[in-house]
Write a protein of this length. Structure first.
Lengths: 307, 307
């Protein structure tokens, strides 16, 4: 297996792209791909103030490394969810993120759920019905709210996350099985800014998990390898396994599935929910001020109200 | 495991419906379900002249038996495709169909590809590029054409086929992975009549393959158990296996997937291709007269033209 660019020994063979590359050319190729996707989906520009949500996992750190290398103005944010579960999950993640930021001389913001909102994610999960039933759902809600608030307070133009193709394809498959039009209409890799909501983008939307992992390892970026202990049985992991089988049988399946879906979106198959901007402004949570369609407290503030 | 209706020993447990039934109540229940679906999707009425496409397999024979039992006016049609492959596939299928028709005193029409069109399916497949690459695709095309022609010649109101939920869900999954809007817009269990095309309906669209098999066995209907030897590696069987795994993990997955999709269709997610009726009449195949959008010979007649 030889590198297609220089003929040296390849370190990775990407069957889905019919492309093998050596370490040097792979480390060049991935950022080029990411830049191409940022432009293609009009995610952000070099003038934008970008908030990178980092977890300490391979995807978000690789993304931050690449955006910084490409010359984007980035700051990192880490939310300490207070997850221990016998493996010091959050603490180790935070230390990994802090050390990455220090080594690369990049600004990092730390938000501690316990200090800022008085409760860790496991505490919220134990206390609430929704949390006991579906811990990932509560955690996602909390993270979205906290990130959005932080980006608004800091006047960031865009929040970027490290969701890779495997993540996007798995969520898409789950939403497709349910044919949930609301979610299917919102699967685009950029969600535009709206009053009270910062723009969101996923520059790794077309990067396979395996590609992102290879990049992180070849770049010698230290990352937390373990999955969140709460997500072990999650729906997303279930669908990822199905897609992995499929990908094994037919390389390129995940990418094809995702790209054809984006094309379908462009063709107007799932009318995108266009909330009226004025309505959003009119419906603010009386507690935090973020837009909501609940008619009262937003879903985030509701969690803390019932304490 | 007890029958929910009478408390006797159950012969089948349908986890997806949370329902166990004894033989007697199961044989009552399935036709009731089919009748409900015929009405719900407005497939046909008791006045319609119905052509049942039978293959000798469990689904089409169970369907014919049920429609007849419900009091519909049915005639069967069997296409002898001339498939042997060392197991006398077509011959055995034909004998099974003929004996079923005779035992139930139902009219059966036999169409022999070799006699009527000069070639069997294996012969066509060997001669044509498309047939060598994808034998099921050619066979499907041929069957659709021949059935449609026969139904037009005999003034039938509707053609019904034994496609079950497993078939429909597998095709849907394949089309979804490709996000092929053309096919996704045509997945409804009834295709209305159009100039040159007889209405088509799938009364078993919500009946699991396993339910249909159980019905056939309990009714002591003799059927051909083997799959068509050409279809062994087909795409459809691949997707069926994936769905079976899924169904094992989460009973009801296939039904949920299919029903949510139908709801999506109703909500107009995939605009249904509404060809202009006059255009269809204007575009007739110069050889057979069936509507076509090729601008010349229809796809069926093209197969025989290149001989």
């Amino acid at each position: 297996m030889r590198c297609r660019k220089c003929g040296e020994k390849a370190v990775i063979n990407m069957r889905q792209h019919r492309l093998s590359l050596c370490a040097e050319h792979y480390l060049e190729w991935i950022p080029q791909q990411v830049q191409r996707h940022i432009e293609k989906y009009e995610m952000f520009s070099f003038d934008d103030k970008i908030l990178v949500a980092v977890s300490g996992g391979k995807d978000s750190l690789a993304l931050w490394n690449i955006l910084n290398g490409l010359g984007y103005k980035t700051e990192g944010v880490y939310i300490d969810l207070g997850i221990d579960e016998g493996i010091d999950y959050s603490r180790n993640s935070r230390l990994t993120v802090e050390s990455f930021a220090e080594n690369n001389q990049l600004p990092i913001h730390l938000i501690n759920m316990q200090k800022k909102h008085g409760e860790t994610i496991p505490e919220i999960n134990q206390r609430t019905h929704r949390g006991r039933r579906n811990p990932c759902s509560v955690c996602g809600l909390v993270k979205r709210h906290v990130l959005n608030q932080f980006s608004l307070d800091g006047s960031f133009d865009v929040i970027v996350t490290g969701h890779n193709l495997d993540d996007e394809a798995a969520i898409l498959l789950a939403n497709t099985l349910d044919w949930s039009l609301e979610f299917l209409s919102r699967g685009y890799p950029v969600l535009p800014a709206k009053p009270g909501f910062t723009r969101k983008a996923k520059p790794f939307c077309r990067i396979y998990e395996r590609e992102s992992a290879a990049y992180t390892i070849l770049r010698k970026i230290n990352f937390i390898n373990s999955e969140c202990p709460f997500s072990i049985d999650s729906k997303q992991i279930y669908y990822k396994e199905i897609l992995n089988q499929w990908e094994d049988d037919k390389p390129g399946t995940k990418l094809r599935f995702y790209l054809h879906y984006l094309k379908t979106l462009d063709q107007g198959a799932f009318p995108r929910g266009q909330e009226n901007d004025q309505e959003l402004i009119d419906q603010q949570c009386p507690n935090c001020g973020q837009p909501t369609n609940t008619g009262g407290l937003c879903a985030f503030c509701q969690i803390f109200e019932v304490k």
